[in-house]
Design a protein around this ligand. Structure first.
Ligand SMILES: [Zn+2]
Ligand SMILES: [Zn+2]
Length: 381
């Protein structure tokens, strides 16, 4: 690989700066348009800024930025979302699904997803406005410094952020409105505390849960993600929220069904903020409050473990002994709710999937579900 000569302008990444932001600032400092900058140094192979380079972290771009600015390669790599491997998640999956990484949906230079969050007050305060890496992950719903909920779109025209198409990093690419003018919502103190804890866990690589038990951070975040899924998705959601709300938050329950396609990474910062308030409560009283609320809501093992391929031990320990009912028989209402859920989220409702969702009891499969197979459009097989 050819080496890159030092750039005329060699800025270091600012604290927690994102790779794309650092590249755009470098290009601007050299009075080059973003496309000209990447084309000059990388021949636009790959066409860097039209893809999610913060997530994909192409080796030639990272190396080129390190060489061009004269900073260590390891520091350059820390500007990418892959830098969260070993803290927010185990390993980075640059192509397929990556938990907590918010999608920017880059397609033909236009970004269709609202995954580039920002704090308007940080941008307003910055001497040199820039995008933080933490604004691309779904654990961030608030700015701990300014105590506000993050924004994710232009305050004027509502477009998502696409800084590489914008004349200035901190302006909307479409209407050129200043992103710092976005109206902010005051953050809930519980969510601020929770997020400060997340940030510490990412920094340290470990987290404390419930009664002071220390956890490897990726396992802790796996558990947090499952709790966030339970409070924001699925047919048991409303009852689960009600059971949690009985404790103290009934007056500000998150609103109606949301269930965005694709999971929690597609929720707006505001919706994640509201749901994290519930998660904060569950984590604070872990595992007792979770078990109590899950029992009240009728969440049993298969729901609680739903879609979890890799179950953290602490979660398993909380879920297994307390939420397994030996001779459990789902009520007709519960089965209907499960069918309705599958119907909304799948092309067809398969009996096996239904059984997996409501309990893997063999008798149940043979007897209890037969009438539903006939009555509803449930596919046996
Ligand atoms: Zn801020
Ligand atoms: Zn706009």
């Amino acid at each position: 690989m050819a080496t890159i000569a030092p750039f005329a302008f060699r800025p270091e990444p600012l604290p927690d700066e994102l790779l794309s932001s650092w590249m755009l600032r470098t290009a601007a400092g050299m009075l080059m348009k973003p496309y000209d900058f990447t084309h000059t140094y990388w021949r636009s192979k790959p066409p860097a800024l039209t893809r999610d380079i913060d997530r994909m972290a192409p080796a030639n771009i990272i190396t080129g930025m390190a060489e061009g600015t004269g900073i260590p390669l390891a520091r350059a790599y820390q500007t990418t979302l892959g830098g969260y491997a070993g803290s927010l998640f185990g390993e980075m999956n640059a192509q397929g699904f990556a938990p907590w990484i918010m999608p920017v949906g880059v397609r033909h230079r236009s970004r269709q997803s609202f995954g580039q969050q920002f704090c308007p007050k940080c941008l307003a305060e910055d001497e040199r406005p820039y995008f933080r890496r933490a604004w691309r992950i779904a654990t961030s719903s608030v700015c701990v410094r300014h105590e506000v909920v993050l924004a994710d779109r232009c305050p004027d025209c509502g477009e998502s952020v696409a800084a590489h198409r914008s004349p200035r990093l901190d302006r909307c690419w479409k209407c050129e409105c200043a992103l710092r003018d976005a109206v902010t919502r005051v953050a809930d103190p519980e969510v601020l505390r929770l997020q400060a804890g997340f940030e510490l866990a990412i920094k340290n690589g470990w987290a404390v849960l419930g009664q002071g038990v220390v956890h490897f951070a990726p396992r802790y975040f796996l558990l947090v993600r499952q709790l966030l899924s339970l409070v924001s998705h699925g047919p048991r959601r409303t009852r689960f929220l009600r059971a949690i709300g009985e404790h103290r938050w009934a007056h500000r329950m998150p609103g109606g069904p949301i269930e965005p396609a694709g999971g929690i990474e597609y929720l707006t910062p505001s919706a994640r903020h509201d749901h994290f308030a519930m998660v904060a409560w569950l984590l604070w009283g872990w595992p007792d409050l979770f078990v109590e609320a899950a029992q009240k809501a009728g969440i049993w093992q298969s729901w609680a473990l739903k879609d979890m391929r890799d179950v953290p031990w602490d979660y398993q320990r909380a879920v297994r002994p307390d939420l397994v009912r030996a001779s459990y028989q789902p009520t007709d209402g519960e089965i209907s709710a499960a069918i309705g859920f599958l119907d909304r989220t799948r092309d067809r409702v398969w009996l096996d999937e239904l059984v997996e969702l409501i309990g893997d009891n063999k008798d149940l499969k043979q007897k209890g579900l037969v009438k539903f197979v006939n009555e509803f459009r449930v596919m046996a097989g």
